[in-house]
Design a protein around this ligand. Structure first.
Ligand code: SF4
Length: 443
C-alpha cells in the first residue's frame, strides 16, 4: 500500500499524482507492439465503442510508421490521445484481447494509442482539413468530447462551426472530471489545440447559453444546433448536514483539484459516499492529497458497486477502505463536518432495507458525496419543442440523435445520463453525420 504526504509544491503534487499509464518510449512501444498477434476478426476492435482498427495501428507502430498509426486512430476517434489514457481499457479493448484467454498480460493498447497520437500532436501533423465551405452554420453547445468530436466531423463536411462553452477550457470531463493521475491538464489541452488548429472551428469560452432568448437567437442564426452540455453539479442527498463546511460534491472536488490543486486541502479522515467510478477517483485523490484515512461508504454490497473492479483495486492500493451496506442518514457537525450518521442495510427479496436500530456515527472531518450528477433541466427547459424524460434526460431518436425540435441534435451525457468519454465521441461522430443528412435533406 502506498502512502502519501500532503503535497506542498507542484512537484510533490505531480509525484503523488504520477500517471498510471505513462507515455511509452520508442523501445517500449516497439517491444509491446511486437507482442500483438494481429488477430483476424480482432475482438479488441469490436470492444472499442469507436471501433479503432487496433491491429492495424499496432502493426504500423511496429513497422515504425508511428504517424500512420496515429492517423488510423484519429480516423475513428478524435480523442485518440485522451482515450488512450483515460478509457477503462481494462474492460474494453484490453479486456477483450485474446491474451487474456491464455492468462497472459493483454497488449497495452491504450498506452500504444497514446504513444502514436502524442507524436502527431507534437509534430502538429495535419491529417485532415476543413471541407469546402457549404454556406451552412452549426452551433455546438459544450466543448467536451461530444461537442469537439461533432465539430471536427462537421468542419470536414464544410460547415462553419461555432462552439459555446460555459467553462474556460475545452475537453469537458477529460480536464474537469477525470482523476489527475490518468491524464495531465497539459496533455488534454495539447490535443484540444491540435484539433482546433487542424479543423478551424471557433470556440467561445465562458459563454453559457442558458435563457429562452439565447436559444431563440441561436435558432435564428444557425442552421442546426448540437447540444452537448453534459451533466451539472453533484446531486443532493436530501439529508441534514450537507451544507456543513468540508462537505463537498465529488464533481466539484475533482474539478477544483484539476484547476487549482494548490488551493485544495483534504481532511485527516475523509468519507466518500458512493460506489461508482467517480467515488473511486475521489477516494484515491483524497489519499494522494495526504488524508490519513479514507473510507468509501456504499449503501449496498461490494459486489453491487457500479465502479469497475480495477478502479476499486486502484483505490485500495493507496489505502482506501471500503465500508459496505451503510446508508447515510445525516452529516453531523457544528459548522464543520464531524462525522456521518449511518444506518446499516441489507437486501431482502431484491429490495434494499435499513436495519432498524443499527445506526452509528463514523467520525471524520471531510465528506465527499459521489452520488450522481444533476441534469441541467433548468437550461434545457428553455429550448422550445424539446422533450425530456422523467429523469431530465434529453429524448432523441437513437439512430439520428435528433431531438423533438428538428433543428436540435444531441449526444453525450445529456442523452445517456453519464457514460465514458469514448462513448460520447462515438455518438457525436454519428450525430454529425445525421446533422449533415438533415441539412442536405436526406435524413
Ligand atoms: Fe492484438 Fe490483442 Fe487485438 Fe489480438 S486481441 S489484435 S493480440 S491487441
Amino acid at each position: 500500500m502506498q502512502e502519501f504526504n500532503i503535497p506542498k509544491t507542484g512537484a510533490e503534487f505531480e509525484k503523488n499524482f504520477e500517471q498510471i499509464k505513462p507515455l511509452m518510449n520508442e523501445t517500449q512501444a516497439y517491444y509491446e507492439s511486437s507482442r500483438c498477434l494481429f488477430c483476424y476478426d480482432a475482438p479488441c476492435i469490436s470492444a472499442c465503442p469507436t471501433h479503432i482498427d487496433i491491429p492495424l495501428f499496432i502493426r504500423q507502430i511496429n513497422s515504425t510508421n508511428v504517424l500512420g498509426a496515429a492517423k488510423t486512430i484519429y480516423d475513428s476517434n478524435y480523442f485518440g490521445f485522451a482515450c488512450g489514457k483515460i478509457c477503462p481499457t481494462e474492460v474494453l479493448c484490453e479486456g477483450a484481447c485474446v491474451y487474456n484467454l491464455q492468462e497472459v498480460k493483454p497488449i497495452e493498447i491504450g498506452r500504444l494509442q497514446s504513444f502514436a497520437t502524442s507524436r502527431a500532436i507534437r509534430e502538429n501533423k495535419k491529417f485532415y482539413q476543413a471541407g469546402k465551405p457549404n454556406g451552412k452554420k452549426v452551433a455546438i453547445l459544450g466543448a467536451g468530447p461530444a461537442g469537439i468530436s461533432c465539430a471536427c466531423e462537421l468542419r470536414q463536411l464544410g460547415y462553419e462551426v461555432e462552439i459555446f462553452e460555459a467553462k474556460e477550457k475545452p475537453s469537458g470531463l477529460t480536464i474537469y472530471g477525470v482523476a489527475p493521475y490518468k491524464i495531465t491538464n497539459q496533455e488534454a489541452l495539447d490535443e484540444m489545440d491540435y484539433l482546433e488548429n487542424m479543423f478551424g472551428y471557433k470556440t467561445k469560452y465562458n459563454s453559457p447559453i442558458k435563457t429562452k432568448e439565447d436559444f431563440n437567437k441561436l435558432e435564428k442564426e444557425y442552421d442546426a444546433i448540437f447540444l452537448a452540455i453534459g451533466l451539472g453539479h453533484t446531486s443532493t442527498l436530501g439529508i441534514k448536514g450537507e451544507d456543513l463546511e468540508n462537505c463537498t460534491g465529488a464533481v466539484e472536488f475533482i474539478a477544483e483539484l484539476r484547476m487549482n490543486h494548490e488551493k485544495v486541502s483534504v481532511g485527516r479522515k475523509v468519507i466518500v459516499l458512493g460506489g461508482g467510478n467517480t467515488a473511486m477517483d475521489a477516494a484515491s485523490e483524497s489519499a494522494r492529497m495526504g488524508a490519513e484515512e479514507v473510507i468509501l461508504a456504499y449503501r449496498r454490497s461490494k459486489e453491487e458497486m457500479g465502479a469497475y473492479n480495477f478502479e476499486y483495486e486502484l483505490a485500495k492500493s493507496v489505502g482506501v477502505e471500503g465500508m459496505f451496506n451503510v446508508s447515510p442518514l445525516e452529516i453531523t457537525g457544528n459548522g464543520k463536518v464531524e462525522g456521518v450518521k449511518f444506518i446499516k442495510t441489507k437486501t431482502e427479496n431484491g429490495k434494499l432495507e435499513n436495519i432498524r436500530g443499527s445506526e452509528f456515527i463514523e467520525g471524520c472531518d471531510m465528506v465527499i458525496k459521489a452520488t450522481g450528477q444533476m441534469k441541467q433541466t433548468d437550461i434545457l427547459k428553455n429550448i422550445s419543442g424539446i422533450s425530456l424524460d422523467d429523469k431530465g434526460i434529453v429524448i432523441v431518436d437513437r439512430k439520428t440523435h435528433q431531438t423533438s425540435n428538428p433543428k436540435f441534435f444531441s449526444a453525450g451525457d445529456i442523452i445517456t445520463g453519464g457514460e465514458e468519454v469514448v462513448n460520447a465521441v462515438a455518438d457525436a461522430t454519428t450525430a454529425a453525420g445525421c446533422i449533415h443528412s438533415y441539412l442536405n435533406g436526406s435524413l
